[in-house]
Design a protein around this ligand. Structure first.
Ligand SMILES: [Zn+2]
Length: 423
């Protein structure tokens, strides 16, 4: 009797399970830029989004979805420190409709969209919750710089860069109100981009290290070193475990008025003995090698894995419409890349002895010299453990800073006018 009942219960359960789409995974990526919520399933989910004011709430209705543990666990994944979501309730609203109600901390601009299976992911329904008033990186920078005396100190006392062939790090003299050149040290802004993040973990090591984690750890160390350098300030393009589209990284660097852009990555290859550091710059006319083209293709897939809403007008389109030659910027990028590669050669083998070029989307700032540093191979067990080693991360960060210092020391003409902001 008991066995029969159990079998019947099993049958009913199976029928119920077949009735709706089963959620296989839920993830949440809270960040100051935006909070992303991902619901993954074997089939796509039909959904409807609307907002309610007083108090601010977001409602997402899911059609023909089972309420299972995976879905229910989402409520517990909302952290108290989430910038935008206060809490989440999940329940069956009516037959065939499961309702998610988000209580919000502020007025938000939500985007709900679907992603088709890619990489290791099945279908994804993505809810991006953006602030109505976004955090402006330049304002944040000015606020943090306001307490720093470096920004207005005269060059005679402020500038010292510890490089033998040191040249003063100054803006070219600009005529003051009375025609006398104003010699002031300009704070150089270094945009530091931790590759990947959030839904896009990047490459994996054999012991389970994610590229996105080591790139963020190294990027934070570079920023600390840059901030400790007179007349320099670091801006982290990504400062947490969330995804930023490649074009968005370029826009953030330009909004921060960056003088340089350094994207930090870790390489991977099928053969575990591949090793060494490399540095890349953008190419306007094809890659300098098959390997470089392959790597750029792999890095550019970040947008597919990380997930970009293709339904909205591309906010980064304006930038590509500039259609300006990037030759001068690429020449500067090559100089920077060579200095950084030279510094890296002191602490690691080089994967190749020279800088290579390819069409990396993240390096496409028309007016900011930009490089991509593959710090080491995360797929090489030795290099994976070094990438996880804080002391080695320090060395990598020092090498990047060393290259930046050499670049500025040998290229004092730093104040070339910037293109007008397009965003
Ligand atoms: Zn990468």
């Amino acid at each position: 009797m008991f066995v029969k009942l159990a079998a019947l219960a099993m049958l009913l359960w199976l029928n119920a399970a077949e009735a709706g789409v089963s959620i296989s995974s839920t993830r949440i990526w809270p960040a100051q830029d935006y909070t992303r919520l991902t619901i993954e399933s074997k089939q796509s989910i039909r959904h409807n989004l609307f907002t309610i004011n007083n108090p601010d709430r977001l409602v997402v209705d899911l059609e023909d979805v089972d309420i299972n543990d995976t879905l229910n666990q989402l409520t517990g994944k909302i952290g108290a420190d989430d910038p935008y979501i206060r809490s989440l309730r999940i329940g069956r609203f009516k037959p065939g409709i499961v309702r998610l109600v988000f209580d919000l901390k502020a007025e938000v601009k939500p985007q709900l969209f679907d992603l088709k299976p890619v990489g290791e992911y099945a279908y994804r329904m993505v809810l991006d919750i953006y602030p109505v008033h976004p955090v402006d990186p330049m304002m944040a920078l000015l606020e943090s710089a306001a307490s720093s005396p470096q920004i207005t100190e005269p060059v005679a006392t402020a500038t010292h860069i510890d490089v033998p062939q040191s040249a003063p790090v100054v803006a070219a003299p600009k005529p003051g109100p009375n025609g006398i050149p104003e010699m002031r040290a300009r704070t150089l802004i270094i945009a530091i981009d931790a590759g990947h993040g959030g839904e896009d973990p990047g490459a994996h090591g054999r012991r389970g290290t994610h590229e996105k984690d080591v790139t963020l750890a190294i990027a934070r160390k570079v920023k600390a070193l840059v901030d400790d350098t007179p007349n320099m300030r670091g801006v982290l393009i990504r400062d947490g475990d969330y995804f930023i589209p490649l074009g968005g990284r370029v826009v953030k660097a330009r909004k921060a008025n960056a003088d340089l852009f350094v994207s930090i990555h870790a390489d991977a290859f099928i053969k575990p003995n591949a090793r060494g550091s490399s540095v890349f710059a953008l190419s306007e006319h094809g890659a300098t090698s098959t390997a470089a083209r392959w790597l750029a293709k792999k890095e550019n897939e970040a947008d597919l894995i990380g997930g970009v809403n293709l339904d909205i007008k591309d906010p980064y389109l304006a930038r590509t419409l500039l259609d300006l030659s990037q030759t001068a910027t690429i020449n500067d990028s090559m100089k920077l890349a060579k200095y950084v590669l030279g510094e890296l050669s002191n602490i690691n083998d080089l994967h190749r002895g020279h800088v290579e070029q390819a069409g990396f989307a993240v390096l496409k700032s028309p007016d900011i010299p930009s490089i991509l540093v593959e710090t080491a191979f995360i797929s090489n067990p030795d290099e994976e453990s070094r990438l996880n080693d804080s002391a080695y991360q320090d060395k990598l960060a020092q090498a990047v800073l060393g290259g930046i210092k050499r670049y500025f020391a040998q290229n004092p003409a730093l104040s070339k006018p910037k293109l007008a902001q397009t965003n």
